[in-house]
Design a protein around this ligand. Structure first.
Ligand code: SF4
Ligand code: SF4
Length: 344
């Protein structure tokens, strides 16, 4: 994160807004990945309702609904997630140039089960993130029909970020990470490589969850690769953060600076994009670790960026309260305000 971006984000927080907006633009996905959190009971925080049952939008209604959300919240960064956002690729073809024109950074997180439109190469503020769950044998089992062969065909001619969510099974084999990085570093389409670790819900048991020893081995194996494989876009400070994830959502800068809205463009996912009751002590989200690392930076003697953020957030909340007193109609229209009113 550049200093100018931190200053911009700081200004947004001071004005009571979230610098980052994440939108589950569709409930639909052609994949059925084991361990997918989006369709779990509890993800939405609505008793008995899963993402598959939520109303979602298509066509003009989706485009207009998303642009209204963006114009209302004026974030610096928007993530389009799902389901798989490429299910709504026609709507994205309209939305992404609009978002780019507004000077907002955008990210589309997809399995690349269908081709990435080549026109998206012209959008300077867009980052397409392709989820690849390990090497081909493991990935193809987990993420059929978005197999390696299909991904390689669908990203041809594009520049994408490869994002691997590391599981316990992958860490059983020494050298797995390097094999993965070597393969993707050799592809023209790879712009950068990110790793996250599988993040469980509280009390969950699954083979995807890394043991403490596997978590240690992940950082021990990844750190030496930074020199030989410059496409790994993760600094040492970020990687070390995987050993001390935020202790709770209140302690997580990422969760507190990102507003996540589901497919009905109204329901807010809390406390973070995982929804439900995530186990922060085992968090492996690369975005959370990146912001935690930024939060550790000293911005002046004795003051970290994280402390400055906490004070700014308090001021921002006051500003927001004042604004809603002056313009109650507008405040009530925001998904955030709707949820707050429903909970009151
Ligand atoms: S592609 Fe994403 S949303 Fe779809 S099943 Fe897999 S993890 Fe879930
Ligand atoms: S992103 Fe990770 S640390 Fe932050 S609230 Fe979610 S699970 Fe907890």
């Amino acid at each position: 994160m550049k200093t100018s971006e931190i200053m911009q984000a700081w200004g947004t927080i001071l004005s009571g807004r979230s610098p980052s907006l994440s939108i589950e633009i569709t409930r639909e996905c052609p994949l059925r990945c084991p361990g997918c959190y989006a369709y779990e009971e509890g993800h939405l925080g609505l008793p008995g309702v899963t993402l598959r049952q939520l109303a979602d939008y298509k066509g003009r209604a989706l485009v207009q609904g998303v642009l209204s959300l963006i114009d209302e919240h004026r974030p610096l960064h928007v993530s389009f997630v799902g389901g798989d956002p490429l299910v709504r690729f026609r709507e994205l073809e309209e939305l992404l140039p609009e978002v780019n024109r507004r000077g907002i950074h955008a990210q589309v997180v997809t399995s690349a089960f269908r081709p990435i439109p080549l026109e998206w190469n012209a959008l300077s503020l867009l980052n397409v993130v392709v989820s690849v769950d390990g090497l081909q044998p493991e990935h193809d089992v987990r993420r059929k029909p978005a197999t390696y062969d299909r991904i390689l065909k669908n990203v041809a001619g594009s520049k994408v970020t490869i994002h691997c969510t590391v599981t316990g099974q992958m860490m059983e084999r020494p050298g797995y990470l390097e094999e993965f990085v070597r393969f993707w570093s050799g592809r023209h389409e790879t712009k950068r490589i990110w790793f996250s670790l599988f993040t469980p819900q509280q009390g969950a048991a699954a083979p995807e969850i890394l043991t403490p020893a596997q978590r240690r081995r992940f950082t021990e194996e990844l750190l030496p690769l930074l020199v030989a494989y410059p496409l790994i876009d993760m600094k040492k400070g970020l990687i070390e953060q995987f050993h001390k994830p935020p202790s709770s959502p209140e302690d997580c800068i990422f969760a507190r600076t990102t507003l996540t809205v589901s497919a009905d463009l109204k329901t807010r996912i809390t406390p973070c994009q995982f929804g439900g009751d995530p186990d922060c002590s085992q968090c492996g989200c690369v975005a959370s670790m990146a912001l935690a690392a930024v939060g550790n930076h000293r911005v002046m003697p004795g003051v970290t960026a994280g402390q400055l953020f906490a004070i700014s957030e308090l001021i921002g909340k006051g500003v927001k309260r004042l604004r809603s007193l002056h313009d109650p109609g507008k405040a009530a229209a925001s998904p955030e305000a709707v949820i707050e009113q429903e909970a009151a």
